[in-house]
Design a protein around this ligand. Structure first.
Ligand code: SF4
Ligand code: SF4
Length: 449
């Protein structure tokens, strides 16, 4: 019987990396490719006895009824299907009374076929599929080892997933190449892929001045180059990184479309999480006051503070030497999570949208506030733009939920508002104040033409 240490959380999340950083693609912004350098000479394959140790420890450490066994990479499908058959078998063997297991896997989709997708369906896997938008936008950075775009292979994988009716979450990174095309990206997912679940993930690749020129070339090994290991250091970003306000505009543009047409039909993780925060809940570590309960497990059993901190200073230990619950509850890890709150600059503490943002993820807190205090989030301007923009509709949807009504009812309100505005515009005379509320005359504003 496991004894729980004093500071053990009731539940925690781990991203397992059975192939470490090894991937069959060479996405230019994927700094995780450089983590291969942490394990020189390794075969990068999680061994069966380690897998068993991990699943046993993981399941006996959780004190909530549902446990998520999540796999990522690198590219986890490079382990082969038998590895995941074994995952399911071990999970069934070690699950605790009353526990249910949610299996999930993040993939680039290129290895998928009928056998994989039938297996996913049979065992209710939730699949995160990385797609950055329509062909041209996707291919900007998501390339194979030969530098060719991966769009065709990913769509092939998507079709297999669809054919087998597997639950899929589209994971779309937002970067310099696609950030100015929010509706092209969103319409592609909604109308062409008919995706129901979408996550947007900002690309922010930090670098110091000496590392930046190499970082701009990408993070994979190249003959003859001095390959840098990605660590959370430096206050510069690569050319591929999204800019803060650009990210905010990307999100608000999609939100405006979604809130008028797609509430209850398309689930955008950030919109759901934001609505939760308007109701006092924090389901995503990035926007929670503290963190520390989302860790990463390397292929050899090394446990790290977070998927974004797989680097020597944040290695907690190895689960073959110390039980995972001891590492999760360790002072080092509890401090890691509490530091998110303790290091919040005054500027964030006084911010109007702090309740939704909480300063964002510490990995991106590398700029100064307007008064020169360090530790402000690089994405702050975008977050401010987005959270302020959605404030009123979020409040309305929260009110609906509090009255046991569906948030989707907000779409009727927007439709009525739009009809009302159309009528006001049609009746406005050239010298009237513009009905949009700009304070200008109609002829100098919406009535210009
Ligand atoms: S460092 Fe960022 S991504 Fe990692 S657990 Fe904390 S908030 Fe989440
Ligand atoms: S929007 Fe900016 S100032 Fe406000 S909490 Fe977020 S990071 Fe801090």
């Amino acid at each position: 019987m496991l004894t729980f240490p004093k500071n053990a959380p009731p539940a925690f999340h781990v991203l397992g990396k059975p192939t470490g950083a090894i991937c069959n693609l060479d996405c230019k912004y994927c700094f995780f490719l450089s983590k291969e350098m942490l394990y020189p000479g390794s075969r990068f394959r999680m061994a069966d006895d380690l897998l068993e140790t991990y699943i046993k420890q993981m399941l006996e450490s959780q004190r909530t009824p549902e446990v998520n066994l999540a796999w990522q990479g690198g590219e986890p499908t490079l382990m082969g299907l038998d590895f995941f058959r074994r995952v399911v078998e071990l999970a069934e063997h070690y699950k605790q009374p009353g526990q249910s297991i949610l299996h999930s896997l993040q993939t680039n989709g290129t290895q998928l076929d009928d056998a994989w997708c039938a297996f996913f369906k049979q065992h209710n896997f939730l699949i995160g599929l990385s797609v950055d938008g329509p062909r041209q936008l996707h291919n900007a950075y998501r390339v194979n080892k030969g530098g060719q775009g991966s769009f065709e292979q990913v769509m092939r994988g998507w079709n297999f997933l669809k054919k087998h009716q597997v639950d899929v979450n589209i994971l779309c990174t937002v970067h310099a190449a696609n950030a100015d095309y929010p509706l092209d990206v969103y319409h592609f997912f909604r109308d062409e892929l008919e995706a129901q679940f979408i996550q947007f993930i900002p690309i922010v690749e930090r670098a110091t001045e000496p590392v930046l020129p190499l970082a701009n070339l990408g993070w994979s090994a190249r003959p003859g180059n001095d390959r840098p290991l990605y660590v959370q250091a430096g206050n510069l970003v690569t050319a591929r990184s999204v800019q803060a306000e650009q990210y905010g505009r990307f999100l608000t543009t999609i939100f405006d479309e979604w809130v008028r047409r797609d509430v209850g039909q398309v689930y955008v993780q950030l919109f759901d999480v934001t609505l939760g925060s308007w109701m006092g809940q924090h389901s995503l570590c990035v926007f929670a006051p503290t963190c520390g309960n989302a860790l990463a497990l390397e292929h050899n059993g090394d446990l790290y503070a977070c998927d974004h901190y797989v680097e020597p200073d944040y290695r907690l230990g190895n689960i073959t030497e110390t039980h995972i619950i001891e590492l999760v509850a360790s002072e080092q890890q509890r401090k890691f999570g509490q530091d998110k709150l303790d290091s919040l600059p005054e500027y964030c503490r006084a911010c109007q949208v702090r309740h939704a943002c909480h300063g964002g993820c510490p990995r991106n807190r590398f700029i100064n506030t307007p008064t020169g205090q360090p530790g402000l989030n690089y994405l702050c301007a975008g977050y401010k733009l987005f959270f302020n923009h959605v404030s009123q509709p979020m409040q309305m949807m929260a009110n609906l939920l509090n009255h046991q009504r569906a948030p989707a009812e907000i779409m009727r309100w927007f439709a009525a508002e739009e009809r009302k505005m159309a009528e006001l515009f049609s009746q406005a005379a050239r010298n009237d104040p513009c009905p949009c509320g700009s304070g200008k005359k109609y002829k100098q504003c919406h009535g210009k033409n």
